[in-house]
Each structure stands twice: as C-alpha cells, then as structure tokens.
Design a protein around this ligand. Structure first.
Ligand SMILES: [Zn+2]
Length: 250
C-alpha cells in the first residue's frame, strides 16, 4: 500500500484503476470485505457515497467538482503542481472518508452496548435511510448542518487523521502537512462551544435529548481521537493544547 500511495501522490493520479486497487487494499486491511461488494466511479452530486444496503461505494472523479472545493483554499492556478497535489490529497481524503462510513456500518452491527456503539447505531439508522427515505427535517439536517451530523463529523476527522498517519511514508511536503493539520484542528474544534459538545448538539437537533442524557461517555476507555471525532464531552484544556494535532495521530 505504501508503494501505491507514493505512486498516486508522485504522479497525482486520477486513474480509476489506481484508486480501485487502493480501495480494495484498504477494505482488506480494515477487514471490511463483508461490507463492500462493489466500487463504482461515476458522476455524483457529492465527492463520494456509501450505500450500506447495497454494499456499494461510489466515487466522483470529476475534477471540476473537486476544483470548486479547492478554490476555498485560495489556489487559483489549476495547472500548478501545488493544486494537482492538493486535489490528489482531497481525493484520498474522500476515499478514507467513505471507508469510515463502511466502518460505521460494521460498528453498527457489533452487539456492544457502550455509548460509542449506541451513537454509531443511531447515526447509521439515519444513514441507511439517506438520501431517499429521509424526512424533510432530516434532509435539512444533512443539507444545512452537515458537520453536526456525527457520522459525517467523525468521517471527516478520522479520514484526515488517517491520512496524516501516512506522512510516515514520506507522502507530503511540509506545506501539505500544515494544511492537513490545520484541517484536523479546525474539524475537531467545531461544535465545542459554551460548555456543550457536538454530540449533545446533534441529539438536541434530532429531538433526542433523553437518549443523550442516558449516554455514559466513560463506559469505556475511548482514545482522544475517538472522543473528539464523535463529539463526546472533553476537558476544555485538551482543545487548547498546541500539540493537539500530533496527539491525535500515530
Ligand atoms: Zn460522508
């Protein structure tokens, strides 16, 4: 996998065959084989999608849709090597993001009854109905509060942390590492405000305050990345730690 990742970054590959190979390697590595049957590359309204009921992963390889995302980061020269590399990084991030959705499906099937598994199952119930069988209020939740949906929040955070771990393969320049670390810290901090945490906010948006109050966030020894990814309550001091990004990745 190290060689393939290095190859993809070195030539900024957008080749479907390279990604298909990479995704199957990752599926195998993460023991998700039972949850992925097919990978499709096609035009979508989103960068990627996982349909748990069909065990289907879909990816959008259209550079234009990715271009609009990247313009947020102030790069205007689409032919520059910086842009090409950042586009590749974002493509890798969306691969890892969708694979974390697969992982969530696997976690939801686990019979464990600790708070993390309860939160994952709540999220997967919503995810399994998305996008076609959602109520209007739920559709609004995805549309306007994407980052508050815990399955999305955790996929954003875990994928970024995981890609940062691949720095050990020598994949990124110092500027790219800074970009990924800034992304991770920004994502992690989102939603921790005025003594509330993202998990509490999510359950209140879902009108499930009672269910939230029943969660015991210390029923297992979750690591810091898991806690922050799923928006569990944490000590304020943790978020102010200057070295937080490094503490979240191996
Ligand atoms: Zn997602």
């Amino acid at each position: 996998m190290e060689d393939l990742l290095n190859y993809i970054m070195a030539i900024c590959s957008y080749e479907k065959t390279d990604y298909e190979k990479l995704i199957w390697l990752l599926v195998n590595d993460k023991e998700l084989d039972a949850y992925v049957q097919e990978i499709k590359f096609k035009k979508l309204g989103a960068l990627g999608m996982y349909i748990p009921n069909d065990k289907l992963l879909k990816f959008n390889m259209n550079k234009n849709i990715r271009r609009s995302y990247l313009s947020y980061y102030g790069i205007s020269d689409y032919y520059s090597i910086e842009y090409q590399r950042l586009a590749t990084i974002n493509l890798l991030l969306s691969v890892l993001h969708e694979l974390y959705h697969v992982e969530q499906a696997k976690m939801a099937d686990d019979s464990s009854d600790d708070s993390l598994h309860k939160v994952v199952r709540e999220g997967m119930e919503l995810g399994r109905r998305s996008p076609k069988k959602l109520k209007l209020s739920e559709r609004m939740l995805y549309r306007f509060h994407y980052h508050k949906v815990l399955t999305e929040r955790s996929a954003e955070i875990i994928s970024t942390a995981e890609l940062l771990e691949y720095r050990l393969y020598g994949l990124f320049t110092p500027a790219e590492l800074r970009y990924l670390k800034d992304q991770l810290i920004g994502l992690v901090n989102r939603g921790y405000k005025n003594g509330t945490c993202p998990c509490e906010k999510y359950y209140s948006l879902r009108n499930k305050k009672d269910e939230y109050n029943k969660l015991d966030f210390n029923d297992k020894d979750y690591d810091l990345l898991t806690r922050l990814a799923w928006g569990f309550p944490v000590d304020d001091k943790i978020l102010k730690d200057d070295n937080l990004a490094l503490k979240l990745v191996k």
